[in-house]
Design a protein around this ligand. Sequence first.
Ligand code: PGA
Length: 252
Amino acid sequence: MQKIIFGNWKMNLSDEGAVALAKSITTVRIDASFVRIGVLPSFTALAAVGETLRGSAVALGAQDCFWETAGAYTGEISPTQLKKLGCTHVLIGHSERRQYLGETDDMINRKVRAALAADLTPVLCIGETDDARRRGLWSNVIADQTTKGLSGIELIGTQSIIVAYEPIWAVGTGRACAPEDAREAHALVMNALIEQFGPSVAKNNFRIIYGGSVDAKNIGSYLGEEGIDGALVGGASQHSPSFVELIVAAQK
Ligand code: PGA
């Protein structure tokens, strides 16, 4: 099945820099039967990057959305607005938002529902802290975040959700999770999905990707693991040579 590689550009890159990076990605050979590439620029760059990617195989996504469609919500951006800009995906509940903005599982759940209603594919981020891993609580944390983030959700037809397992201690640290540990975590997520949605929906409508210090050197070791459907890449996706190398490496 097609692997997914999404670049999370976070609050980095100027709009011009984002367009230039998007341009360089469109020059890479992408075998769409094997890999799905996407980029998640800042809101300010979405329109221009979308224009640059038009007609290419590269997907456009946002890093967050609000849970309402319109109204008096100063500073927020709705999933419908993102859809109009050409987004197909939206990241929800990234650990940096949970940490710095106080996003709760309940808020995240509302965002996932709103994204689906606007015909966007949510990329729900989950993952344990270093402390939770050391105390042996990591499996509870990831099952809990998965279940709460997806609470009450029913998928209709071909609607799909991507779950990104991103252990917080591996994000932006250079301490990538060992591929076999990531595989174990993905299996736990899949079990939680099966319990909630049944085996058929869990296997057909969900993909589980890994994130945390992924680069061109280690991408192959994740993609080779059973149950790892791709990667969410931060730092290594924010520069042309490293992201291009990673996309090439992912197709080897
Ligand atoms: P990283 O970030 O690749 O820099 O660790 C991943 C992410 O935050 O999605």
